[in-house]
Design a binder for this molecule. Sequence first.
Ligand code: ATP
Length: 478
Amino acid sequence: MGNVKSRNDTHHQGNRKFTRNLSQPQLTTTAVQPPPSGTLGETAQQQQTQHDHHQQSLKQASFWSLGSLNWNLSFSTSGRRHSFKQRQKSSRKSFNTLQYSRRSKTQWHKPLTNAIFSSHFKESSRNSEFHIDHLVAKGAFGVVFRVIDKNAAEKQQHKHGQQENNTDKQSSTPVYALKVLKKSKIISENSIQQIKDEADIQKLCGHHPFIVQQIDLWQNRHNLHILSEYVPNGELFSKIANFSLDLIRIYLAEIALALDFLHNAGIIYRDAKPENILLSADYHLKLTDFGLSKWLKLGLSTKTMCGTFQYMAPEILRGEPYTHSVDWWSLGIIVCQMFVKRSPDIRQFITITLPEHLQPKDSVDNILHSRQEDLPEAINRDLRDIDEFLPEEVAALPHEARDVLKRLLEFDGQKRLHSVRALQKIAMYKDFKIEAKYLLNLRPLDIIKNDNITLFDGDENIRSAENNIEAATLFQNF
Ligand SMILES: Nc1ncnc2c1ncn2[C@@H]1O[C@H](COP(=O)(O)OP(=O)(O)OP(=O)(O)O)[C@@H](O)[C@H]1O
């Protein structure tokens, strides 16, 4: 089963926040223009030279220089975004103020747009220091590339050149993930503070072993750049087809440690889902994307409605104030998906709690097109019993698995399991230490092999030169 197929599994449906399909080129890049045919006064030889140059460029596409790209991105406003945030009035006001201040101008004044972000993003551009290796993903505000540090790569080549006949010439290539965000999109979506919080939070917490580390931040005229460590094995469910109890025990503990760390640092994460959980080289987990995270002291509550529908806790869907325990609910949904490859059916629940304009379209359509007598009984009442909501396959799971699911997917946020300390005490973690050091000494790959777990070949869409050209094209036209 390939990578693409896995995205069509039930537990992935309607939950993507970016497109990875690079198979449909849209426009040609500025960096690699096809040779102009029959330009006036051009000799056949000149045309041939240009053509050869073009072919050469195609071959070298895996070494795109960021500096050579035209950074004029255009964002589609119709693009689906599955993580969402209901904006607060106070921040909307500040956006309006910004709009009025530029009313008479046709373009953003460079110093103004730079100044908006300069507290977090330095102005010295580092773009020319990196080659785009390939497009990793397209997110809500920008794109993520795998990039290579040119200088470090050259130094390494030089070193290898001196180590003739060295049997092991392979060493780690200096690669990073570069997230490029369009400033105008951030401003127009009133997300300036959100981006700054994202940068601050990742900077503060990135040293945690199960959180993606931030390396650097900078801006140029049009874009913001977040350089992070590159996590090579992709998203959790894009790579792993099925999970054993032993593997789930490790992965649940790792994400629990990351969330607990954030919570104790005064941060609520609010977007725990498989797309934001990446697999490192040795198949440990790393949490990424702090786009919905917010500074919130442990014990305090907030009420901005945000997240990804499938993973949002009942109290958020009800529009009630909520606490850090919403992250543990999301973790429960992910663990349920790992156990039975299905999500709990939250649609009935959403229908009775979300205001109509916030309901996912398919669920509203399903309801509208159903005859009254076909509507599930639960629609007209509140769901209270967790067994009504969990997939039926859960009943066949071992006791400790059912136990952890019920504790994480507790409807009452206050009763819900919401700390590593509490997790450590339950049956699933008997004789198992939920500590980073202990976990890092375990080898998930051994478990994957021993338990006959299927790994998807996740890199098929990003390796060829053609796809790298499409990556640059997509980047330009995004
Ligand atoms: N450091 C990284 N290493 C490898 N892949 C990464 C890294 N960071 C992000 N990605 C990939 O890029 C995807 C999008 O990244 P991210 O979620 O940060 O972007 P985004 O614009 O915030 O997306 P959205 O707002 O739509 O959730 C991730 O789901 C992951 O697949």
